[in-house]
Design a protein around this ligand. Structure first.
Ligand code: HEC
Ligand code: HEC
Ligand code: HEC
Length: 474
């Protein structure tokens, strides 16, 4: 009896193990494989770009503002008509790692395949399993990407890839620890930190030798996160960086808004603690950027509490708006910001409403993020940090108190002078650039001129050849 029972248990657990390891009827992949793929998709933040409607994850439609125009991320659900349902694993691997679509067309590097080239075969297999069987198919098309000529010629990416895409597989460095290697894999590959944080050259390639030294991402600026203690985050500990990645804030130093808030919300805050430790260990080992003569103070050390408001007690708002210099900014600040961030920019004691001094956003070298935060507000949601929200002030139709370019410039100048890097200043025209999605590149113009020059050279060559042949004949 006892023996029968134990063999029954053994039999049952054997079936159970088999059930876990083998796919459910009609499925090609095991739950375990699909879950591994889901975790990797989270670490790679596929959802941030490939989702525009929260109810339809991965169905695409979200447009990425690139310096050459808007590039629409496609539907990557397993829909056979509008998604990637017909992709084989090899085609999927080539799209993700090499930027080649199933029909052979080249993808624009707005899809970070240059980073994803690092993803191992095993992880590609898991990702494929997840996209084929863990994502719900959505049978809807996305808007086409329409870039200006000549960027609309996808084949031009073949040349670009040849010159710049350092698509290389991940190779562990035997001299480093397992934790560091895992961190490098996740940061360089799936986490694609460099896509946003590494400056790009004039043909949009990531500058080699300048890894993570700070770059514009649309309207935003992703700061230097090298180990330099003046320009970068060399003053942060591994635990501090882990806290920032998990919650999107590090009290007294920085908060994540814009694209970083999205990455924290969908990706980094959902990673296992050991993986966050690995990423942080690796990032803090990245070589420091070269000193910049104009930057002598760390961006987390600028500014202090203070205000100009005492000077204007009793001045009406309308009169205040006519004040010269910083007075106008002070009035705008007290009317719109002080209720949450404090009359002296000190924030609240629990730091839910952060102080504005000693912060990366006001003490850095770029004015973009302060303008972008005023225009767009802040929104972030993490398991540990809850829902964080600051209202936008830029939307002229929907903001409770819309501020125009002039007002935002005056307000920013007040904030930089009192709470941040007093060397920074903002003009209304610069606010408009951020409203429009950030600085545009001259690359389209250059490519057009380049193309025209190319055509002229070919024509000239043709004429010359023609004449020579005529000369020879004659
Ligand atoms: C930073 C934004 C971004 C991220 C992150 C991203 N993608 Fe993309 N992806 C794009 C864009 C944009 C396109 C369309 C590019 C084009 O049209 O040239 C694209 C295209 C694709 C395509 C080609 C589909 C087709 O047939 O048009 C596949 C497959 C794909 N992505 C898979 C993924 C997977 C899997 C992940 C996560 C591992 C991912 N992407 C993460 C932006 C992104
Ligand atoms: C989609 C673009 C994007 C990606 C991907 C991204 N970042 Fe960021 N990151 C930003 C932006 C933009 C900011 C500035 C946010 C702000 O100040 O509100 C930022 C800020 C930060 C900061 C704070 C620096 C400071 O001084 O405030 C750290 C640290 C950071 N990122 C680390 C990382 C790491 C590590 C990765 C990869 C694992 C990563 N980021 C991936 C865009 C990105
Ligand atoms: C209703 C309350 C509220 C008001 C009003 C408000 N803020 Fe905020 N602000 C917040 C919250 C909440 C955050 C996000 C804190 C976090 O990220 O953890 C924030 C964050 C910020 C940040 C830091 C963002 C970053 O990426 O580091 C700046 C700068 C800022 N606010 C400036 C302003 C200015 C300027 C105004 C006035 C135009 C203003 N805020 C009005 C609540 C408010």
């Amino acid at each position: 009896m006892k023996k029968q029972f134990s063999s029954l248990v053994a039999g049952l657990s054997c079936t159970l193990v088999m059930m876990m390891a083998t796919p459910v009827m009609g499925q090609r992949f095991s739950e375990e494989m699909i879950n591994q793929g889901r975790y990797l998709a989270t670490a790679s933040d596929c959802i941030a770009c490939h989702t525009s409607d929260k109810r339809k994850p991965m169905a695409g439609g979200h447009a990425i503002d690139s310096p050459v125009g808007r590039i629409v991320a496609t539907n990557i659900t397993p829909s056979r008509t509008f998604g990637i349902g017909n992709y084989t694993e090899q085609q999927f691997a080539d799209a993700v790692r090499l930027g080649v679509r199933a029909d052979g067309a080249r993808l624009y590097p707005a899809m970070p395949y240059t980073a994803f080239s690092y993803i191992t075969d095993e992880d590609i297999h898991a990702l494929y399993a997840y996209f084929m069987e863990g994502v719900k198919p959505v049978d809807e098309p996305t808007e086409p990407t329409e870039l200006p000529f000549p960027m609309n010629i996808r084949a031009s990416m073949i040349g670009w890839n040849f010159l710049f895409a350092n698509t290389r597989p991940f190779e562990p460095d035997a001299a480093e620890s397992e934790l560091w290697n895992r961190g490098r894999y996740l940061s360089v590959g799936p986490g694609h930190c460099a896509t946003c944080h590494t400056p790009r050259g004039f043909t949009m390639q990531e500058k080699t030798g300048k890894a993570l030294q700070g770059a514009h991402v649309g309207a935003w600026f992703a700061p230097d996160i090298t180990s330099s203690s003046v320009n970068g985050i060399g003053s942060w500990s591994v635990e501090e960086l882990m806290t920032y990645l998990a919650t999107g804030r590090l009290e007294g130093k920085a908060q994540a808004a814009g694209p970083m808030a999205e990455a924290v919300t969908h990706s980094f805050s959902r990673l296992r603690e050991d993986d966050l430790r690995a990423i942080s260990t690796y990032i803090l080992s990245v070589p420091p950027s070269d000193p910049i003569p104009s930057v002598t103070e760390n961006r987390f050390d600028h500014g202090g509490p203070g205000d100009l408001l005492v000077d204007f007690r009793g001045t009406s708002y309308e009169d205040g708006m006519r004040l010269p210099g910083l007075g106008r900014g002070a009035q705008i600040y007290s009317a719109n910001c002080a209720s949450c961030h404090g009359y002296e920019g000190q924030g609240t004691r629990d730091a839910y409403y952060p102080s504005l001094f000693g912060k990366s956003i006001t003490g850095g070298t770029s004015t973009a993020n302060l303008i972008a935060v005023i225009l767009n507000g802040v929104e972030r949601e993490t398991p540990q940090g809850g829902h964080v929200f600051m209202p936008p002030f830029g939307d002229q139709d929907n903001a409770m108190v819309p501020l125009d370019n002039d007002e935002i410039a005056a307000l920013s100048n007040y904030i930089f002078t009192f709470y941040g890097n007093p060397g920074l200043s903002v003009t209304p025209a610069e606010v408009q650039v951020i409203r429009d999605g950030g600085p545009k590149s001259d690359i389209v113009l250059i490519a057009r001129i380049g193309l025209a020059a190319g055509v002229l050279v070919v024509l000239g060559l043709g004429v010359w050849l023609f004449r020579r042949r005529r000369a020879n004949w004659g």
